[in-house]
Design a protein around this ligand. Structure first.
Ligand SMILES: [Zn+2]
Length: 157
């Protein structure tokens, strides 16, 4: 997608069309607040430069990503009284990196599950809870181990 066709590259000019308002920016990032949401404080953090996806994050935006995310989520949590702020990055919609920041409060509209289907909770001996869907059973262990090794190789050449 050429950047000229990218709605997020239009910055503040597109905020009206996207029904959101800018609440913070710095040299590399913009934080906008949705004005049509079922979730109080639902916001978007995105780089000003056209970076298509999280896997393409590099340069100054990669260096400043953590501080921008920490600063944004802290303010959203405080302003909304949320218990936590969920952070979602999808990437299969608009191909300009954008993080969905969703302050979560008990009883709100947010889904706290990462997988589809009926969710089963299993208490593990270590006290943690495993959530899984019988519709999507665990993949073969050897496939998981093989891919883990491939990623390990890429990260530790
Ligand atoms: Zn863009």
């Amino acid at each position: 997608m050429p950047e000229t066709d990218c709605i997020m590259c239009r910055g503040a000019e597109a905020d009206g069309e996207l029904d959101r308002t800018e609440i913070w920016q710095d040299a590399h990032w913009r934080l906008t607040f949705s004005l049509s949401s079922e979730v109080l404080g639902f916001s978007y953090l995105e780089p000003k430069r056209h970076i298509s996806h999280i896997h393409a994050l590099d340069g100054d935006e990669a260096k400043t990503f953590g501080p921008a995310l920490a600063r944004s989520t802290k303010a959203l949590k405080e302003a909304t009284g949320a218990e936590v702020v969920y952070v979602y990055i999808f990437g299969d919609g608009v191909p300009h990196l954008h993080l969905h920041l969703a302050p979560h409060r008990a009883g709100d509209a947010l889904n706290d599950q990462m997988i589809k289907g009926e969710i089963v909770e299993e208490k593990l001996p270590n006290g943690m809870t495993r959530f899984y869907s019988p519709e999507f059973p665990a993949l073969p262990r050897e496939d998981l181990q093989e891919t883990a090794e491939r990623v390990k190789g890429l990260l530790n050449p």
